[in-house]
Design a protein. Structure first.
Length: 138
């Protein structure tokens, strides 16, 4: 099973307004499809290692020494609300290699939740189904 996490950063007036995190297993796309809405999620849903990739850009016309930002990491979810791993990043040309990472996470029954790092940074989570439904032929 392929496990990837894609990070998206949204900046407003040089402040991070929101950071979205979508976790996908397999080839599914989009949020949890209606046919999977009856499935329940919990912290136990996230188990195992995920490859994380991300890129962030400063707003057009604004200067910010932290951007552009590129990340490659491995996050290990324990199924009990804890994440550990490491990441390599470039923030405005400043490079960090194999930086240890820890966080806690929540996951509600609707497959949305939060990821909270000790530094105070936090992200929203959305877990998508790993099943790909076939489209009806026309």
């Amino acid at each position: 099973m392929n496990r990837t996490i894609t990070l998206t950063t949204v900046m407003v007036a040089s402040l991070v307004a929101a950071v979205g995190l979508a976790i996908r297993s397999g080839n599914a796309a989009g949020f949890v499809p209606q046919e999977h809405a009856k499935e329940r999620c919990s912290v136990d849903t996230l188990r195992g290692s995920y490859l994380v990739t991300g890129r962030g850009e400063a707003p057009i016309g604004e200067q910010n020494a932290s951007f552009p930002s590129v990340t490659l990491a491995v996050w290990n979810f324990d199924g009990r609300g804890n994440m550990s791993g490491f990441g390599t990043f470039s923030n405005g040309g400043t490079i960090g290699r194999r930086v240890p990472l820890t966080a806690t996470y929540t996951l509600d029954s609707d497959c949305t939740g939060t990821l909270q790092f000790g530094s105070g940074a936090g992200w929203e989570l959305v877990v998508m189904s790993d099943e790909v439904s076939e489209r009806p032929s026309t």
